[in-house]
Design a protein around this ligand. Structure first.
Ligand SMILES: Cc1cc2nc3c(=O)[nH]c(=O)nc-3n(C[C@H](O)[C@H](O)[C@H](O)COP(=O)(O)OP(=O)(O)OC[C@H]3O[C@@H](n4cnc5c(N)ncnc54)[C@H](O)[C@@H]3O)c2cc1C
Length: 392
């Protein structure tokens, strides 16, 4: 059998169908389905079966986290930019990308200040927000008369996002019924009782319902691997609970009309913690403090449509050379000097750095087309020479 056809089949099918083809044990199938659903859809969703491989990637190459937490990675990148003479401004909401004669020439921020670009404007918010919220419609239409309509109508954000719970703990959660060892907490804890449990956890949010009668979740105790993130002997815990952005039947109430209120988010968090405590009975007594962020608050913090932390959905129809749209998929846009990166571009959400790296390469090659072409030619020539000489 042609393995490339098997690969194509795997790209098109659903995690549930793919997992059923290879495994029998529900004990193994449920967490595989849970990890595939990290792509933001239920395991029955066609085209996200590739998410099932996340389990094997946790074994090889294994889990990795920046020492000091994700913030430490950001700090390291900031240090590099500053070291190279760059300046980073935060808390500056870009209200408009300035376009002059079809070329992006800078940005205007919320307080009216304008910053002029020497070479280019690179955006890492998704294309829909960039072109529909941060640009003058006439500038976009002049470059591509169909673009606004295609962004508006084709890009899909289903209704699923995250209610996040952060806890400060006096001790690690002890999974007494599951041969507890602290070292097991170096990875992530998946509460997924069955594939059906995961299916409900991810299909109800799409319909606007909160699947909190029997919560499935993803939990991490980062301080087991990196004790520097808490005072001596203390720990932190974060929990991802997938939940709807817009609650059905609660339109127009709560934060931004989503139905989410402080009272509701805390009630849902209580149920999630109750469920986790079924597995780790010491959990509730060990909580020193907790912070709950509702889907509406997450959406407000990121600015993403429907609180989508991947900016746009990660189904195959919006991936690779179609992310976010075929005409925007190579990090360039129809506006000269305006580039697009971030989770809404290939290869999508998560903290991989790859959209930024790819965009930087496209930007640099447009700045130095001849030097880049020479380098490419040198690389290809060297590769051909090596293969002719049989050198690997
Ligand atoms: C709870 C949670 C847990 C996660 N866990 C993991 C994990 O374990 N591993 C992993 O790989 N990924 C994880 N992710 C996903 C990952 O965090 C995102 O996919 C990733 O951060 C996207 O990065 P980004 O830089 O493209 O966009 P973002 O992180 O969304 O950054 C975009 C930035 O642009 C700012 N912005 C928006 N509009 C404007 C504007 N008009 N002007 C100026 N600034 C603006 C926003 O405030 C934001 O800071 C998690 C996400 C969440 C929510």
């Amino acid at each position: 059998m042609d393995q490339s056809l098997d690969m194509l089949h795997m790209m098109l099918t659903s995690p549930e169908d793919h997992i059923n083809e290879w495994f029998d044990s529900e004990f193994l199938k449920a967490p595989l389905a849970r990890l595939a659903s990290e792509l933001g859809a239920p395991p029955s969703q066609k085209t996200i079966a590739i998410g099932g491989m996340m389990m094997s990637m946790r074994h090889n190459p294994g889990m990795a986290r920046p020492r000091g937490g994700t913030g430490a990675l950001i700090q390291a990148l900031l240090n590099l930019v500053k070291h190279e003479g760059g300046v980073v401004l935060t808390d500056q909401h870009v209200s408009q990308v300035l376009v002059d004669d079809g070329r992006a020439v800078g940005v205007r921020v919320a307080n009216g200040t304008e910053y002029r670009a020497k070479q280019a404007v690179i955006s890492n918010i998704d294309a829909k927000r960039l072109f529909l919220q941060c640009m003058n419609a006439a500038d976009v239409d002049a470059a591509d008369s169909k673009l606004r309509d295609r962004l508006e109508r084709r890009i899909v954000n289903n209704n699923e996002t995250i209610l996040k719970i952060d806890c400060a703990l006096s001790e690690v959660p002890r999974f007494e019924h599951h041969h507890h060892q602290d070292s097991n907490l170096i990875g992530s804890v998946l509460i997924a009782d069955s594939v059906r449990h995961v299916e409900i956890a991810h299909s109800h949010p799409t319909a606007g319902d909160i699947p909190d009668s029997d919560p499935s979740m993803y939990a991490v105790v980062p301080t087991v691997l990196d004790p520097s993130m808490a005072p001596d002997g203390k720990h932190t815990l974060w929990i991802e609970f997938f939940a709807p952005y817009q609650i059905a039947g609660a339109e127009g109430t709560g934060l931004n009309g989503t139905g989410w209120t402080d009272d509701l988010k805390n009630k849902v968090a209580d149920r999630v913690i109750d469920k986790l405590a079924d597995y780790a009975p010491n959990l509730k007594n060990s909580i020193i403090a907790r912070r709950v962020e509702s889907p509406a608050e997450l959406g407000e913090r990121l600015g993403a449509y429907k609180g989508n932390y991947y900016h746009i959905d990660m189904t195959l129809d919006q991936m690779i050379f179609m992310r976010p749209l075929p005409e925007l998929a190579n990090y360039k846009t129809p506006i000269q000097g305006l580039y697009l990166t971030g989770a809404g571009t290939h290869p999508g959400g998560s903290i991989s750095g790859m959209p930024g790296r790819n965009c930087a390469r496209v930007f640099l090659s447009s700045q130095r087309p001849i030097a880049q072409a020479v380098n490419k030619f040198k690389d290809s020539f060297a590769a051909v020479t090596r293969s002719m000489l049989g050198i690997v």
